[in-house]
Design a protein around this ligand. Structure first.
Ligand SMILES: [Cu+2]
Length: 866
């Protein structure tokens, strides 16, 4: 039995607009509104400092979820010939749904995980209620041949509920499981909620769109595809949650097979025509491609820990190629059904919605590869701009027909038809403008040189691992056209740049790029441009046998901009005035109050005063803006719980290592890339003055540039004192972070200075204060990266010394005194003293080279006036 599917039931008597009344029209306008918000957010997210994920959530959670809820009901009601719910219930449900979506979106935008989790859970509840309603509708009537639809929608809702649960688990905190839960969340919502809803609908929407018949074999295929899709998704998610790569890959491949099962019976006999058909076809193809890409890239990466990196590149393909395109395609087909009252109106509306569709289709699908594969800088922006433009022009058309219908209840035929060509030329002009803008922006980019075809080509496999380029020397006959196949095998991103300026994009773990060197005439050098990596040894030389010059990489100038700091460093003038507006780091150790310490640390880059009058760029851990060196101090007691969220606001990888924690470093101490976040939880089990620092290699550079701080865990028997100060000692290496010059000094252990609390001679310019007889406790942590410290207060003696978890000296009649607390790199402790009389008491690192070059400060002790 075959039949044509008519999605348009006869208009209800007495209703002025469309088949489903004005609520339905308004619901579709809400969808368009979310789509508009997504486009707007995409356009301004850089200006507002919002991640691109906020725009994607507006698209997926706002526009797509609303569309699924609205249209799934319409399809079930229309195809299963069951009575629909009263319009008031639809209005109420959609209102609540959109309140939850708004909450979830605000939560995502503001990084408020609890709000995001609550909003997401609310959306899942509404989806479940909605699915139960669909189920009951089909139970009361005879579901007939289209009953399978409810199966798809039920599976989709179940996936959304699981997706929301995994999202909620992230919100309430499951740090060790972060990667697994996050990945499961993304797949359940995208492939489950959106994917299953769309694929199920496609079995009827596609024949309607292409004007073909729905056959029994189509419906059989529909029933058959669902178990394959659902089993694939379940297996993939189970694989993600158990960190089993092959199960995940098998699941994703099974899901891909489900997509193929969907496509085969739907393949059209003739070339599809019209915008909706082309967009639906392209969207489904991108869904299949991205799931396959997801599986293959995960297989190459080989570790579930790398999934976020894989997903981050696949997700834009799904969002732009699949989700946005399928929504626009479906609305192109469905909006005339909702908005028009008769064949004439349907046709008129469809004509308007089809304007410029070829250009919009090309722009959207051109955008997909551009946003996906981590291309160099202007290309992803071009992709996002093309995608936004393509969707925005459709939006203009759709709102132009939808709003008059919603307001007046009828579609005004004449006025809209007058401006037949305005939109098409607008789209064309927009596309040309974007293309020109990007061409101008990209004209400064290096392009790979073209080589004469006659030269023999030689391809060399190059791997980046262990902070080295393998091989580090390549010998080729002169004139050989050389191509390097560069693969990054390390978790941290790397690239490879030639002295001619050609370079690979920044490669994430497992990524490969081709670098066409061209014909080699003389010795060439290449290196990784990530800050400090070249100096740490990530270099490569390409030699020809005729070349005997043996130049060194260092003799070549670097046009990278990062490594331009080769001028000798001017000596420090410790007596100079700090720059105007300078604020010293408060050395006071703030008292501890809470037992649960929740703190958000942002890896940032800041210009900070490192010596009087000298400001330099530093890498910092910041809990507020601007960041400081050392990072924020954490102060607690034994048994306290700490939850630190690291957010990487820089352009290179960073991580964290808390010495105050005892845990397996594998997960929490991993390096996260730009824009990523990581939660680090520990319970303080032992007292002490502990160091924390960035855990990313080369750590010497990350610590030397400021990525360190202190965790003070009070011993249980710690008495109160009059003043409690904290000093974190470290070396000062001047120069741009990661520059050759600075890295050379770090590796040679030749600092430009030494300092307490991130600035040389800081407390000479802002002395600490005390009164005679007051009890002073000074906590100390040596951050390094390399030198020992010998803390001493000139003119005073310590009666208490606590070092590395043990009291070496307590005040008593018989015990002696102490003059120095010596700390190797990363050690900590405290000393206590009282000043005998008013005066100026310098405190120093008694390694006099350190004291004279910045590790110096003052206590000003004054009589207490009563
Ligand atoms: Cu770092």
């Amino acid at each position: 039995m075959t039949q044509f599917v008519d999605l348009i039931p006869p208009p209800a008597r007495g209703r002025r607009s469309g088949p489903r009344g004005s609520v339905f029209v308004w619901a579709n306008i809400v969808v368009l509104g979310w789509l508009a918000l997504a486009v707007a957010l995409l356009a301004v997210h850089d200006v507002l400092g919002l991640p691109v994920w906020v725009a994607l959530h507006a698209l997926l959670l706002g526009a797509v979820t609303n569309a699924i809820v609205i249209w799934s009901e319409h399809f079930v009601v229309t195809l299963c010939r069951v009575p629909g719910p009263p319009p008031r219930r639809l209005a109420l449900g959609l209102t609540v749904l959109n309140l939850f979506i708004t909450a979830a979106l605000i939560g995502v935008a503001a990084d408020a995980t609890v709000v995001a989790g609550a909003g997401g859970a609310g959306v899942a509840v509404i989806a479940t209620v909605h699915t139960i309603a669909l189920f009951r509708m089909t139970r009361t009537a005879l579901p007939g041949r289209f009953g399978y639809l409810v199966g798809y929608y039920t599976a989709a809702s179940a996936a959304l509920v699981l997706g929301a649960l995994s999202g909620a688990a992230l919100a309430i905190g499951a740090a060790q499981w972060y990667v697994r839960l996050w990945t499961a969340h993304v797949h359940l919502t995208l492939l489950g909620w959106v994917g299953l809803s769309v694929l199920g609908t496609l079995f009827t929407l596609w024949p309607t769109t292409t004007g073909t018949r729905i056959t029994d074999s189509t419906l059989t295929a529909a029933r058959r595809a669902l178990p394959t899709l659902a089993a694939g998704l379940l297996a993939a998610v189970a694989g993600m949650l158990t960190a089993t790569v092959w199960v995940t890959v098998a699941g994703l491949l099974c899901y891909t097979a489900g997509i193929v099962l969907t496509i085969i019976p739907l393949r059209p006999a003739t070339t599809p025509h019209g915008p909706a058909a082309w967009m639906l076809a392209a969207a489904t193809a991108w869904l299949g491609i991205s799931v396959l890409l997801d599986a293959v890239r995960l297989l190459v990466a080989g570790s579930v820990e790398d999934l976020p990196g894989v997903v981050t590149t696949v997700m834009p393909v799904l969002a732009v190629g699949f989700a946005a395109q399928v929504l626009v395609g479906a609305l192109t087909k469905l909006l005339p059904v909702v908005l028009g009252r008769g064949p004439a109106e349907h046709r008129a509306i469809a004509d308007i919605l089809a304007r410029g569709w070829q250009l919009r289709l090309i722009a959207a699908n051109l955008a997909v590869p551009l946003v996906a594969v981590g291309l160099p800088s202007p290309l992803p922006q071009l992709g996002w701009a093309l995608a936004a433009l393509s969707v925005a022009t459709f939006l203009v058309l759709a709102l132009r027909v939808a709003i008059p219908v919603a307001r007046r209840g009828a579609f005004p035929l004449e006025p809209a038809q007058k401006q037949a060509h305005g939109t098409t030329s607008g789209v064309l002009a927009g596309l040309i403008a974007v293309a020109l803008a990007v061409a101008v922006a990209g004209s400064g980019q290096d392009t790979t040189a073209t080589a004469p075809v006659s030269a023999p080509t030689h391809t060399v496999e190059v791997t980046l691992t262990g902070m080295r380029v393998h091989p580090d020397t390549v010998d080729v006959p002169a004139g050989t056209r050389l191509v390097l196949r560069v693969t990054n095998q390390e978790a941290m991103p790397h690239d490879l740049r030639l002295d001619t300026g050609q370079h690979t994009p920044r490669l994430h773990h497992g990524e490969t790029a081709l670098l066409d060197v061209g014909p080699v005439g003389e010795t060439r050098h290449a290196w990784c441009t990530v800050a400090g990596h070249r100096a740490a040894g990530m270099t490569m030389t390409i030699r020809t046998p005729s070349d005997h010059q043996h130049t060194t990489p260092d003799s070549h100038s670097d046009d990278n901009g990062n490594n331009s700091d080769t001028a000798p460093t001017a000596g420090l003038d410790l007596a100079a005035d700090p720059t105007p507006g300078w604020v010293p780091r408060d050395a006071t150790l703030a008292p501890t109050t809470a037992t649960l310490h929740r703190i958000e640390l942002r890896a940032t880059e800041q210009d900070l005063e490192v010596a009087p009058g000298r400001r330099e760029r530093r890498w910092t851990f910041a809990d507020t803006s601007p960041g400081t060196v050392p990072g924020p101090t954490l102060h607690g007691r034994v048994g306290d719980q700490f939850e630190i969220t690291l957010i990487n606001d820089t352009t290179i990888g960073h991580g964290m290592d808390f010495h105050a924690s005892a845990l397996a470093p594998d997960g929490p101490m991993r390096t996260i890339g730009p824009g990523e976040r990581l939660v680090y939880r520990f319970t303080a089990t032992r007292a002490g003055a502990w160091l924390y620092h960035c855990s990313t290699m080369p750590m010497s550079q990350h610590i030397a540039n400021g990525m360190y701080g202190a965790v003070i865990i009070d011993p249980p028997d710690l008495p109160a004192v009059d003043h409690e100060y904290l000093m974190v000692s470290s070396q000062l290496y001047l120069g741009a972070p990661g520059s050759d010059n600075q890295v050379r000094k770090i590796q040679a252990g030749q600092p430009d200075g030494w300092m307490f609390n991130g600035m040389a001679a800081q407390y000479d310019h802002a002395p600490l204060t005390a009164h005679p007889g007051q009890r002073i406790r000074i906590w100390l942590v040596n951050a390094g990266p390399g030198d020992s410290t010998a803390f001493h207060v000139v003119g005073a003696q310590f009666d208490t010394v606590y070092k590395e978890g043990a009291r070496l000296l307590r005040p008593s009649e018989t015990a002696g005194g102490a003059q120095v607390l010596d700390l190797a790199p990363a050690q900590g402790g405290f000393v206590e003293l009282t000043f005998p009389e008013p005066g100026h008491y310098p405190f120093v690192d008694h390694d006099m080279r350190h004291a004279e070059n910045g590790a110096h400060g003052l206590f000003t002790v004054t009589e207490q006036h009563r």
